[in-house]
Structure formats: C-alpha cells, structure tokens
Design a protein around this ligand. Structure first.
Ligand code: NDP
Length: 326
C-alpha cells in the first residue's frame, strides 16, 4: 500500500511517500480501506517535524480518515461498513490516515452519517467536527443567537471556516478575525457579517476591555485569546480549541471574576464517543453542504508533504482533502 512514512533516525527527521507492506500495519480489530484523509494543522506539524506531535517512529501521519471496513472482529462493525475516524492519537502514536489502509480499534470509529459520502466526511474532517464541538460548547453555556455577536478567529483556516458556516446557519451574527483581508468575500459567503484584522487582537492588551462579543470560537490562543476574554460581554463564553498564534495564555483573572466569563476548552482527540456521535449527527443536520466545495480543495497523496509546509505558512484556505488512491 502507498503511505506517507515519517522516520526519525539520530537527529534526521524525514517524511516520504513510500510503499509499505500491509503486514507492517499496527494491531487493531478492524482494517479500513481508506478513501480519503485530510491535512489538519497537527498533520502539518507532524509531517514537517516543526513540533513533537509524533511520539513513535516510523509513523504514518493523518489524524482523520474515512473509508470502508475490509476486515473486522469488532462486533459493532462488519465488512463493507462505511466509517469515519478522528483523533484518538491516530497519526501521533498509532498509524494514521495518510495511507491506503489503516488498522485500528473499532471502538474509535464512528459510522459514516447517511447524509455524507466519505469524501464529504473528510471535507469536514477533524476541523469541521471540532468546530461543531465548539458550537456545542457555546450552546452548553447558554450562548444563544439573541445574546449578541460571536467572534471566530483563524477564520480562513479549517476550523474557522466551518465555525463561521455553522454559526451563521444557526442564526448567529458572526464576526470573523483574519490576517487575510483579501479573503473577505470568501468569509462573507460563508456567512460572516463583519471582518476584523487579527492584528487588533494579537498584541499584549488590557486586563479588561470594552464588552464586544457574547461568545467566541478561538483557534489561535496566546495574546489573541487573552484579548478575547477581556472583551467578552458579561456572562459570555469562549470555546478555545487552538494555538495557531501560540500555546501561552497571558491573561488575568479579571474577565472571569468581574464578568463571569467562561473559558470552555474543547478537545476533539479524546472526546467521548457519545459526544462524537452527537457532533456528527449535528453536522448532518446543521451544516450547509453547499459551503463544502467553497471550503475544500482536493490533492493526491503525492502532494501531501509539500502542502503540509504551505498549511503551516498560513497560505492554505479552508480544508485540504487527500485522495489516498490517486
Ligand atoms: P489551519 O492551518 O487550517 O488554520 C489556522 C488559521 O489560524 C490560519 O488560517 C490563520 O487564519 C490563523 N493563524 C495562523 N497563524 C496565526 C498567527 N500567528 N496569529 C494569529 N492567527 C494565525 O488550522 P486548523 O483550522 O485545522 O486548526 C486551527 C487550530 O486549532 C490549530 O492550532 C489546531 O492545532 C487546533 N485544533 C485543535 C483541535 C482540538 O481538538 N482542540 C482539533 C483541530 C484543530 P487567518 O489567515 O484567517 O488569520
């Protein structure tokens, strides 16, 4: 089978497209014939080696995949079932989706929702599923559309693009923060009502600012997240899932103790199965599928290594689906 393989020998880190013997696949109770995987921010870090995402070598990257069960001893899945996988350390400590086959634990899988093809499921991928988890987090904190504007950061990226699309379909007034003002038309087409320059939020700011947003979905972290917390309205909430600016959080307790702001962390990797199933069924119900083509582009497996570098440089728009059989 064809696969991207990451190796680290002595101090040399390498990612190559290669032929791998299927007998080398790791242990698991299901084998999946992969149709599509994707490139997420974490895959970019893994392939380029810019961050220690991969903790076992050799490793096949790819934190998500969609395909068809080829063999199974798991009672919940039979040969021919279509499935989706996100996270669980796949592509980090267990071989992942950037290969024509994957051997996995059946308990990690979600049945492909009827509403989607395997390609559409990967257009959504971990980014879209995470943005749904973020929307659910805001809802769980009582942030309804009548409460006020919702800010989305990293908005031209994968999580940001889907967050805008989902929130606007659900009736929220969405403000998109971006470093790419030339993408304003794209963001408006997804449903953003207004756009702000990310530079407004990225430098050290005040402990408390003007109350601007009822809620936010933040993919950026660092000073941006600190400034967001300082400008959330009384009783509002932030769903924080990313670190594109940095993993630090130079904030104070002021927004939390004076305005009751909730900082709700969102994790997609070890998210319990019940919540995953809810997120995927909400995606099937709430996602405007006409936005999928706008958000995604497709590449063959042979281009995944080059594209990973571009993703980290912030030049890729939306989501990149990888057709592992091309
Ligand atoms: P993308 O690479 O698609 O998008 C990231 C976006 O962040 C860019 O498009 C850019 O948006 C913005 N950005 C990049 N660098 C900076 C910077 N220095 N300062 C401010 N903004 C910046 O990544 P994803 O959307 O896939 O992921 C976004 C983040 O969420 C990542 O940190 C990722 O690791 C994390 N994530 C976390 C998950 C979880 O389970 N918690 C799951 C999935 C992702 P623009 O050009 O519009 O400014």
């Amino acid at each position: 089978m064809k696969a991207i393989l990451i190796n680290k020998e002595n101090d040399t880190y390498s990612s190559t497209l290669t032929d791998v013997d299927e007998a080398s696949l790791p242990e698991g109770d299901v084998t999946v014939k992969v149709d599509y995987s994707t490139l997420n921010y974490k895959d970019g870090l893994a392939i380029t080696g810019k961050s220690p995402v991969v903790r076992k070598f050799p490793m096949v990257p790819g934190v998500d995949l969609a395909g068809t069960i080829e063999t199974s001893t798991n009672p919940d899945f039979k040969v021919g079932d279509k499935v989706v996988l996100n996270g669980w350390g796949v592509g980090e400590v267990h071989w992942g989706g950037l290969a024509q086959k994957a051997r996995l634990k059946g308990d990690w899988l979600v049945p492909l929702p009827d509403a989607f093809t395997t390609r559409q499921a990967m257009a959504i991928g971990t980014a879209g599923y995470t943005s749904m988890l973020c929307v659910m987090a805001l809802e769980s904190q009582g942030i309804t559309p009548d409460k006020g504007d919702i800010l989305v950061t990293g908005s031209v990226g994968g999580v940001g693009s889907f967050a805008i699309s989902l929130l606007s379909k659900l009736g929220y007034n969405v403000i998109a923060s971006t470093g790419r003002p030339d993408q304003a038309d794209y963001l408006k087409e997804l449903g953003a009502a207004d756009i702000i320059d990310r530079a407004e939020l990225s430098s050290p700011g005040r402990a408390l600012g003007k109350e601007r947003w009822a809620g936010a979905i933040d993919t950026v972290g660092s000073h941006t997240l600190a400034n967001i917390c300082a400008s959330i309205k009384y009783g509002g909430a932030v769903a924080a899932c990313g670190l594109a600016q940095g993993m630090d959080l130079p904030t104070t307790v002021m927004p939390f103790i004076l305005r009751g702001v909730i900082l709700h962390g969102v994790d997609s990797v070890n998210c319990p199965k019940e919540k995953r199933l809810e997120a995927w069924s909400r995606l099937a119900r709430d996602l405007d599928t006409t936005h999928m083509d706008l958000i995604t582009n497709e590449i063959p497996l042979s281009e995944a290594i080059t594209k990973a570098g571009e993703l980290l440089n912030g030049t890729v728009r939306g989501r990149t689906i990888v057709n592992v059989n091309k």
